[in-house]
Design a protein around this ligand. Sequence first.
Ligand code: NAP
Length: 278
Amino acid sequence: MSNTLDNTTPGRALITGASAGIGARYAHHLARRGHDLTLVARNADRLEALAGRLRADTGRDVRVRVADLSNAPDLARVEQELRDDTTLTMLVNNAGIGSVAPLLQSDPAQMQAMIDLNVTALTRLTMAVVPGFVARGHGTLINIASIVALHPEMLNGVYGASKAYVLGYSQSLRHELADKGLRIQAVLPGATGTEFWDLAGKPASELPAGIVMSADDMVQAALAGLDQGEFVTIPALADPGLWQRLEDARQALGPLLSHNAPAPRYGIQAPGATGTNG
Ligand SMILES: NC(=O)c1ccc[n+]([C@@H]2O[C@H](COP(=O)([O-])OP(=O)(O)OC[C@H]3O[C@@H](n4cnc5c(N)ncnc54)[C@H](OP(=O)(O)O)[C@@H]3O)[C@@H](O)[C@H]2O)c1
């Protein structure tokens, strides 16, 4: 894909879910890379404390936007800002919640809230910012998915499916926008040591230490992957050839999936193809 960017000024990055965990580490590293920031989350105290530290440490302009992205009026406010702010060069769609509960023990309202945040908000924020990126001829979209996009069986099924959506949406955006100067990255973290796990129902301290990466290492690896032009970054995967083999198999399937007749193994004979001419 084309990675044509105006790199003369880093511009402003808007980060959702910036008050804690992975989002807060993105804020830290992007400010050090020279980005001004707009930090979005619900917890005003945490956002203000982080913004204050970043202003003091880096001298960047850091704005705070308190918003519940699963609430329609709050989401609309952030969408409007994404449309209006022509200094934006990056959106990090990071805010998300998960669950470890099996489907039969899950609360439908909680599953809906997960879809509202992980899917609906991410979709709408992307649709708000991309036209400006296209008009300006550059922009970076980072979508935080998860390795459960590839293995929805690992945790709660709605969570896995929501992250498969983020990957599929990113693949489609990359396909549609490849020649528009946009840089698009889908990040698939494995288990990362944040409050995510407490909220999901199983503290990270209960996971095998060997599978849990620190949020700071995860974000540094993801930004290194961005710099290297990766579309999909899986920070823990040592052999990127494994991902490529999966991707090659997917691409090979593409032309074989739609045909005017069912596959022979189903034994359905098309009209006029009975072999008896009658
Ligand atoms: N931790 C992992 O193992 C892991 C692995 C793979 C992928 N991920 C993904 O990484 C992303 C970040 O997760 P994390 O591990 O950093 O979790 P975290 O520490 O719980 O942080 C989540 C962030 O999202 C914000 N948020 C939650 N609900 C929100 C809402 N309704 N509106 C606006 N902001 C909201 C939270 O802030 P407020 O509470 O202040 O709103 C917080 O800033 C998520 O998309 C998650 O699915 C995490």
